[in-house]
Design a protein around this ligand. Structure first.
Ligand code: 5CA
Length: 450
């Protein structure tokens, strides 16, 4: 992308309404604009990151054997009356009446709708297990929307639902989700710790939240620091293996890690004192097993091996895709702006021309732009007629992990400068070497370009 042709309305001033750094930087970097309280337009740069995260979530869900689909944002109130949640959900639910006087709502989640689809389509235990998911906008009329996309009213969420014949099989689905979520967050360059959690309005008795540690997080968390040493890495997980998924579940959930809602002081005190930590965290996902709560209420049964109808065991599993962008920025920034982890950087390499309209520098930038594009590296070429300082500031603000600076002085010696956003270190090299180096940096990173 050539910056002169892009739409990147960066702000020089720090917006007064933003209380936390991720909200400030998303506004300043031209990623989002508020449409009304807790509702945002996604400008091109923000939308690019959102789609990258969405793609990673899709890939990891499908790797785990889950089936993508798409349900609507608007739902009929009747289904929610069947489950009893139409009244229970309270003021957080946005209720709408259509022209025929029918009660509708903007979905805050989809347990009822998916259970309705399931009960009308599946009749036999032989068709189980199944896990269906979608990534769709949700609406919750939060009392206090705040912190930008972190606690919005409209937000983008992946929600998945498993249907199993019995508890044992449903608990495997639960573990499988835990493993696939660990992989998803790690691929985004984030550490999200599974913590025992309350089930709230979703219901059930098994739940884990995934928390990214950050000073600005809304949840208070207590954990054994040993849990922060764990990582899934590049293990080859067989998602059909009950033993493998159980072993990973055990590994990640044995060290003490709980939110304040489930915190148990006596248990926590058994952790060696030096490893006992309390901190704040951002909840970027939650998984639930709730047994037959919805299938009982809505009559979702399948015929078992003996021909008798049995209610299916279910769970639901959510990832806050739009909230993740806030979490990523909270965990990756400095005074100058965002520092994207490479896998989710909207542009992988920035090219800065220090002398726009200077024949040699223009030609060199063009060569870099073509070379990087040919390798699929989606460069952002700042070809505007701006001062060098302004160009550097923009690249730093929007967080390009790598910047190649092209100036007349360097070119005389046949070199350009490659700079790491994270370390700030620079190295001089030829144009070809810079293209090669960037290719190597991103090789095997499974970066997704959209
Ligand atoms: N039906 C279940 C699982 S699909 C469910 O709705 N779970 S949830 O309520 O925990 O939401 C899933 C994830 O959505 C949360 O972990 C959080 O990351 C994100 N989320 C929830 N509310 C908001 C909000 N107001 N703004 C941004 N993200 C949110």
């Amino acid at each position: 992308m050539r910056l002169s042709r892009y739409f990147l309305p960066v702000l020089k001033e720090t917006p007064a309404e933003a209380q936390i750094v991720s909200h400030r930087l998303m506004l300043r970097a031209g990623m989002i604009r508020q449409a009304s309280a807790g509702i945002y337009s996604w400008l091109p740069l923000g939308f690019k990151v959102l789609r990258m995260l969405e793609n990673i979530v899709h890939e990891e869900q499908q790797r785990a054997g889950h089936i993508p689909m798409l349900m609507p944002t608007l739902q009929s109130a009747d289904l929610w009356r069947e489950s009893g949640r139409y009244d229970d959900y309270g003021k957080e639910m946005l209720r709408i009446t259509d022209r025929h006087g029918r009660d509708m709502l903007y979905g805050p989640t989809n347990e009822e709708l998916i259970t309705d689809i399931f009960r009308n389509s599946v009749g036999s235990y032989k068709e189980l297990p199944k896990t269906l998911y979608h990534i769709q906008w949700k609406f919750r009329d939060e009392v206090r929307p705040r912190f930008g996309v972190m606690r919005g009213r409209e937000f983008f969420m992946k929600d998945g639902y498993n249907f199993d014949i019995d508890k044992e099989s449903a608990l495997h689905a639960y573990n499988r989700h835990l493993v696939s979520y660990l992989r998803t967050y790690e691929r985004m360059g984030l550490q999200a710790i599974p913590m025992r959690a309350d089930t709230g309005p979703i219901g059930g008795d098994h739940s884990h939240e995934f928390l990214v540690l950050a000073k600005t997080g809304e949840s208070e968390v207590f954990y054994d620091s040993a849990v922060t040493d764990l990582s899934l890495g590049d293990r080859n997980v067989d998602y059909d293996s009950v033993e493998q998924c159980q072993a990973i579940f055990d590994e990640f959930t044995t060290p003490y890690a709980r939110t304040d809602e489930t915190h148990d002081e006596a248990l926590f005190n058994q952790v060696p004192e030096a490893r006992r930590k309390s901190a704040r965290g951002i909840e970027v996902g939650q998984i639930f097993y709730f047994g037959t709560k919805y299938s009982d209420a809505m009559g979702a049964t399948v015929n078992g091996p003996d021909g008798k109808p049995v209610p299916v065991h279910m769970g639901s599993h959510g990832i806050g895709v739009s909230r993740l962008i806030g979490a990523l920025i909270e965990a990756n920034h400095d005074d100058n702006g965002i520092i994207w982890p490479e896998a989710v950087a909207p542009f992988k390499v920035g090219v800065v021309n220090l002398k726009q309209g200077g024949g040699d520098t223009d030609a060199a930038c063009e060569q870099l732009y073509q070379g990087l594009s040919a390798r699929g590296l989606d460069p952002l070429y700042d070809d505007r007629n701006e001062r060098a300082g302004a160009k550097f500031a923009t690249m730093d603000l929007i967080g390009c992990p790598w910047r190649i600076t092209v100036g007349p002085r360097g070119l005389k010696n046949g070199v350009v400068e490659l700079t790491s956003r994270r370390s700030g270190e620079s190295e001089e090299m030829s144009i070809e070497a810079a293209i090669d180096r960037c290719g190597q940096i991103y090789a095997g990173k499974e970066a997704i370009f959209v």
